[in-house]
Design a protein around this ligand. Structure first.
Ligand SMILES: NC(=O)c1ccc[n+]([C@@H]2O[C@H](COP(=O)([O-])OP(=O)(O)OC[C@H]3O[C@@H](n4cnc5c(N)ncnc54)[C@H](O)[C@@H]3O)[C@@H](O)[C@H]2O)c1
Length: 298
């Protein structure tokens, strides 16, 4: 199949359903060879199934190439096997899309340590582990003098970068993924690897009840940006986070240093009451959960 990622070898994690399935199918339509990773878990991360096989069948029915991989992305050695499976089967790896995720929502006062650990593990470690092994593979290629033009696209959330009550574990993991994206972009540029993230909004089993049914939020609307970011055309874009919902794409502008004061020496805590409230008043307010700055909604 021909398209903007023709011949590229792509891993999509959590690709059995929802947004990841949309990525895998669009990559195949655009000519990529796809490793369809998925543990086949429930929304809360429990259980496993062969759900990824159906996506591989759909891709083959389109005339594309794909293989199934059932590794748990948060298993460090499993993530190494995932990366190796792409190289063994398709001879190379060009793109890693970290998309797998789970939810265990709870207000912080009631959250258990297990709910915290499970969500941090799948999202944060489950992004780090495949990224780590893919990056080592590309560094090896670059050091051997071979051309590398590779891509990592991570998946964050408005819940993490803007803050959504009831999702302390999930939001902390997703904010961590946004931070990791910026750092990985800086570290991997020298090897020919770009690293970006998307913060999607789409109606899937994960967002039932969170996004009104019937809202414009098709999970397949996220893939076009992810596929473009994976193409040769996107070589100059790295370290960025994009909000995506339906046809709307915006750049999530990150933390930056705002208004400052400098005494020229150490402050006495008692002096700060006359300084900090005025400083906070001068600064832009934090964005709302939808990413808009209050009073400046577009
Ligand atoms: N749907 C939204 O509006 C929305 C918003 C913000 C962020 N996201 C993020 O987008 C991604 C996809 O979410 P979705 O809405 O399509 O959810 P989904 O539940 O439909 O799909 C997630 C997939 O990840 C798989 N998975 C879970 N744990 C795994 C593991 N350890 N290893 C391998 N696969 C695993 C699941 O089996 C499932 O198929 C997630 O990272 C989610 O946090 C979604």
């Amino acid at each position: 199949m021909s398209g903007i990622v023709e011949g590229r070898v792509v891993i999509v994690t959590g690709a059995a359903r929802g947004i990841g399935r949309g990525h895998a199918l669009e990559f195949a339509r655009q000519g990529a060879k796809v490793v369809v990773n998925d543990l086949g878990a429930e929304v809360d991360g429990t259980g496993s199934s062969e759900a990824a096989a159906a996506v591989v069948e759909e891709i083959e029915a389109l005339g594309g190439e794909a293989i199934v991989n059932g590794e748990d992305v948060s298993d460090f050695d499993g993530a190494a096997r995932l990366v190796q499976s792409a190289v063994d089967h398709f001879g190379d790896l060009h793109v890693l899309v970290n998309n797998a995720g789970i939810l265990r929502d709870r207000m912080l006062v009631n959250m258990t340590a297990e709910e915290w650990d499970a969500v941090i593990r799948v999202h944060l470690r489950g992004t780090f582990a495949p990224l780590r092994h893919a990056a080592a593979y590309w560094r090896g290629r670059a050091k051997a003098g071979e051309p590398v033009d590779a891509r990592i696209i991570n998946t964050t959330s408005s819940s993490g970068i803007y803050g959504n009550p009831g999702q302390g574990n999930y939001g902390a993991a997703k904010a961590g993924i946004a931070g990791l994206t910026v750092i990985a972009a800086k570290e991997l540029e020298r090897y020919g690897v770009t690293v970006n993230a998307v913060a999607p909004a789409a109606l899937t089993r994960m967002t039932q009840g969170l996004i009104p049914s019937g809202a414009a939020a098709d999970p397949d609307d996220i893939a076009p940006l992810v596929v473009w970011l994976s193409s040769a055309e996107a070589r100059g874009v790295t370290g960025r986070v994009f909000n995506v919902r339906a046809g709307v794409i915006s750049v999530a502008e990150g933390w930056h240093a705002g208004p400052a004061v400098d005494k020229g020496g150490r402050w006495d805590p008692a002096e700060l009451g006359a300084v900090i409230p005025a400083l906070v008043d001068k600064a832009a307010p934090n964005a709302l959960t939808n990413g808009q700055i209050p009073g400046r909604e577009s």
